[in-house]
Design a protein around this ligand. Structure first.
Ligand SMILES: Cc1ncc(C[n+]2csc(CCOP(=O)(O)OP(=O)(O)O)c2C)c(N)n1
Length: 189
């Protein structure tokens, strides 16, 4: 098995290149390296594990747009039950992207108790498909597939704590929710 070489920032930049008209809920390190914030983004700082629940609600409420959740492996593990809820509700437009760097990077780099096989776990929860990516080409390839049922993309990154830009944590969930609500309301006029 080759060593993992993909940097988290590279993975996140590759994702933004392909976001098109998706609503994107992102949490943890992904927020720090998301190149440009759109009115259709919801950045969740803290509340570990809630990003996927918020994304599930959005996917059900806005069925005509793709909804992406960019999650951390540690965060998802904190509220793994949401995967069964996603499998059960089966929103056709949800893409659950798990950034698996095998650590809790934000809180200092402690190892996460990652599952042996994320793909099997997410398929077992009822996702229509689950794909593992280790390069930006694999990410573009996985994202370009038509969404049909909840889709999981697990991105295996280097196990390292990135150098965070200053001030990246100053994001308020209430502001994020208000901006996204305004954008969705304007979109429906
Ligand atoms: C319930 C709870 N426990 C612990 C924390 C402290 N904490 C904040 S961020 C974080 C790590 C998040 O890890 P992960 O989701 O894998 O994302 P990464 O930091 O690797 O980007 C932890 C443990 C928290 N916010 N909430």
């Amino acid at each position: 098995m080759t060593a993992l070489s993909l940097e988290l920032a590279q993975a996140v930049e590759a994702l933004q290149e392909d976001r098109d008209d998706a609503i994107v809920v992102l949490t943890m390190s992904a927020i720090a390296f998301w190149p440009e914030v759109s009115e259709f983004d919801f950045r969740l700082v803290g509340t570990m594990g809630a990003a996927a629940s918020i994304g599930l609600g959005l996917a059900l409420g806005v069925p005509d747009r793709p909804v992406w959740v960019i999650d951390g492996d540690g965060s998802l593990l904190m509220q793994l039950g949401v995967t069964a809820a996603i499998g059960d509700a089966a929103p056709h437009n949800l893409v659950h992207i798990v950034i698996d760097n095998a650590i809790y990077a934000v809180s200092g780099g402690q190892p996460t108790p990652g599952p042996r096989n994320w793909v099997a776990l997410l398929e077992g929860a009822g996702y229509a498909s689950a794909t593992e990516c280790r390069t930006t080409d694999e990410i573009h390839d996985a994202i370009s597939k038509p969404i049909d049922g909840p889709q999981a993309i697990v991105i295996r990154c280097r196990r390292e704590r990135p150098a965070y830009p200053s001030g990246w944590l100053s994001v308020r969930a209430a502001d994020e929710a208000a901006r996204l609500r305004r954008a969705l309301a304007a979109d429906r006029l």
